[in-house]
Design a protein around this ligand. Structure first.
Ligand code: FAD
Ligand code: NAD
Length: 468
């Protein structure tokens, strides 16, 4: 075994959390090594999660737009598009990401060890590569950024070629005519839009009564409407009893007695933290039932000098937040134990359904519960010039603000560019004191015609309501 000592930080996992931590630590002049089990850096985010699902969604959205464009309609039948071809294009995006990200390590002199990392003792990580080579890394600090994987209940046979999760769906070698998606969380809803857009019949099974019930109710209802409108059957409040897969298809038996049958099943019901077999027992740590680790305000676990960020610590389990957690944790390590760490709060939601959804701040339901006197300002995309020009007329922007102070309390948006334009409102919401005001949107001249104009329209709409 080769021994490599003198590291200030050894990071395990090169997803958004590990990469950002490694880069920040290198900028702080720490000696940093990163350990990655996969042949290429980028994490599950790049290879199986965020990047492939967004690349697939983009292709489908272009198809849907083509179908809606009176000049192009009928030229292309979405059913002629093969899943394998969409995956091939997706792999190009993944490769470009890997290329860019690999360069970060070279330029910042962060040593990448390819292999599986295991903590063997405080301050020690053993790396085992696929060829049986071993290294022992000695470091002042260890950061666990091992991410998460799809949760697999024991009674579902994921080895069957017709039963997929969000990782293995990328290896599907045919286009199914009918797919059941079990789990209508963010992943299930996004894939339901991808498959319905391709003309595949979709049964989306939701264990709750409403789709994405953490969202603004109007927006969750709108998503249900649009999914159904695109041909998806949503089955709410259903739980599986049994999954039976055979050579011809998959049968999903539900506790309600319903029986669904399709060519394939995509299981999207939750994720578990990657904490198995990484040597937690050697430093006295234990993960919770979902494989996640508890950390303190400085992202430190209960073991001194061992930190954790990203999906492996649970909420919010987003690539966006993982990058920031990684950076903030590395800053804290470099600053020393007496310095507080920056925390990730107020994370916006960006859901890449078709239409897309994005929100930040509180919902109407939360404000009503908290008895905050708020008012609503709304802009409907169908009335905006930019939306009419682009033909993207589905959607709305809703600003929730305090009736007396005009403080912006929440922004909820769905439709074209929702995930981008949310940041305009988010920037105002982050302003201190009286600078967070609805007035900003009527006192500032925006480009025209743009989707951002929705802020002015919504702000005027809201002010008119309180003047009445
Ligand atoms: C289908 C899907 C779509 C998503 N879409 C979005 C989105 O649109 N926006 C968003 O913000 N988030 C999205 N997410 C969530 C996002 O992908 C995760 O929050 C993010 O990947 C977490 O980053 P991470 O760095 O914690 O870990 P990961 O990206 O999970 O990476 C962890 C890395 O650690 C490595 N590793 C694990 N154990 C070891 C070990 N012992 N030794 C060496 N290496 C190890 C793994 O190989 C992996 O490369 C999506 C997730 C999925 C599944
Ligand atoms: N656009 C985006 O931001 C985006 C897109 C896709 C996924 N993601 C992230 O990926 C994560 C997973 O999404 P999802 O749709 O699979 O699931 P989810 O987190 O919405 O959960 C679906 C259901 O599975 C249950 N569950 C979750 N983990 C479990 C576990 N380990 N054991 C048992 N039950 C469990 C949950 O309670 C829930 O009822 C989410 O945290 C989400 O934020 C984000």
């Amino acid at each position: 075994m080769d021994i490599s000592a003198g590291w200030d930080l050894v990071v395990i996992g090169s997803g958004p959390a590990g990469e950002a931590a490694a880069m920040q630590a290198a900028k702080e002049d720490l000696r940093v090594a990163i350990v990655e089990d996969q042949p290429a850096v980028g994490g599950n985010c790049t290879h199986w999660g965020t990047i492939p699902s967004k690349a697939l969604r983009h292709q489908v959205r272009q198809l849907v737009r083509t179908q809606r464009n009176p000049l192009l309609r009928g030229i292309l039948n979405p059913r002629e598009i093969r899943w394998q071809d969409m995956i091939a294009r997706t792999r190009e995006v993944i490769d470009s990401q890997v290329h860019v990200r690999s360069g970060f390590y070279v330029r910042n002199r962060v040593k990448v060890f390819r292999g599986r990392g295991t903590i063997t003792a405080p301050g020690e990580v053993r790396v085992d590569d696929a060829n049986g080579r071993q290294w022992l890394l000695r470091s002042r600090n260890i950061l666990l950024a091992t991410g998460s994987r799809p949760y697999h209940p024991e009674d579902v046979d994921f080895d069957h070629p017709r039963v997929y999760d969000s990782d293995t769906i990328l290896d599907m070698d045919h286009t199914p005519r009918h797919i059941i998606i079990y789990g209508a969380g963010v992943i299930g809803s996004e894939y339901a839009c991808i498959f319905t857009g391709l003309g595949v019949r979709v049964d989306l099974v939701n264990s709750r009564e409403h789709l994405l019930d953490f969202l603004d109710t109007e927006i969750s209802d709108a998503l249900s409407y649009h999914l159904r409108d695109q041909g998806c059957t949503i089955r709410q409040g259903e739980h599986y009893q049994r999954v039976v897969a055979d050579d011809e298809g998959v049968t999903l038996e539900l506790q309600s007695g319903k029986v669904l049958r399709a060519d394939a099943l995509l299981w999207c019901n939750g994720r578990s933290g990657n904490t198995q077999g990484i040597g937690l027992e050697n430093i006295g740590l234990e993960a919770n039932s979902r494989g996640q680790l508890a950390v303190d305000q400085r992202y430190q676990t209960e073991a001194e000098g061992v930190y954790a960020v990203g999906d492996v610590v649970g909420w919010p389990s987003l690539a966006s937040a993982s990058y920031d957690q990684g950076r903030f944790c590395a800053e804290a390590i470099a600053a020393g134990p007496d310095q507080p760490a920056r925390r990730v709060t107020d994370v916006p939601t960006g859901i890449y359904t078709i239409p897309g959804i994005s929100c930040v701040g509180r919902t109407e339901h939360e404000l009503t519960e908290a008895r905050v006197p708020y008012e609503v300002g709304q802009a409907f995309f169908k009335n905006l010039a930019r939306a009419q020009i682009t033909g993207e007329q589905v959607g709305m922007l809703k600003i929730l603000f305090h009736r007396e102070t005009l403080e912006v309390l929440g922004i909820h948006c769905f439709g074209y560019q929702a995930m981008e334009i949310i940041h305009v409102g988010q920037a105002i919401m982050r302003q201190p004191g009286e600078l967070n005001t609805l007035r900003y949107f009527i006192d500032t001249t925006f480009n025209y015609p743009t989707m951002a104009e929705a802020y002015r329209v919504a702000a005027i709409n809201g002010l008119n309501r309180i003047r009445r």
